[in-house]
Design a protein. Sequence first.
Length: 220
Amino acid sequence: MDMRATLLTLGVILILVGLLGQVKAKEIEVGTKNPLARIILGLIGFAFIGVALSDEILPFIIPPTNTPTFTPTVPTAIETPSFSPIMPTDTPTTPSLTPITPSPTPITPTDTPITPSLTPITPTVTPAAGIAEMDIASNDYSYVWFTDGTVSSGTTWDLDQYRTLYSYTLPAGKSPSDIVGMGIACSNDHVYAWYSDGTVTSGNSADLDAYQAPYSYSLP
């Protein structure tokens, strides 16, 4: 018995076991009561029969295809390749560098220099005329009598620091130009004024004869 017949026989027996549960052939008895085992044995039987009949069944399932015949063409002679060296056609370019000569342009200032214009400041306490006389009181106040009939009180460097210009009076018939000298007494700060006509008065800074009218004085 060849392999195909053996597979067919076993396949039939297993299919019958799967269907009937038990088969007895000559001295062989095969059987099982397990339903799952019967199904598996039946499937195995179908597989054996399929393998045994594969040569007869497959041509009907898969039709044969014509296999093309390939006949290789053998060249009669081997051509020897010829290589021609490729020569570069580009001509090297020599760079030409032109040196750049800097030409600095001098910068001419356009600003016009500013000439400072200084205007002297004229003190505001400047009398129209000059100083007639001046003296220092006991409290170190400086008194200045001017020829325009005004007087001020201040320090030696600021003549109107304590009191700005105010008017002073003279005895009747007298003018600031008649004054030849003045002084302030340290004991009582009385202001004494001597005139060119040989008389003298006693008063205060604003009224030169407030304490004593003109009286005569004698020279050495």
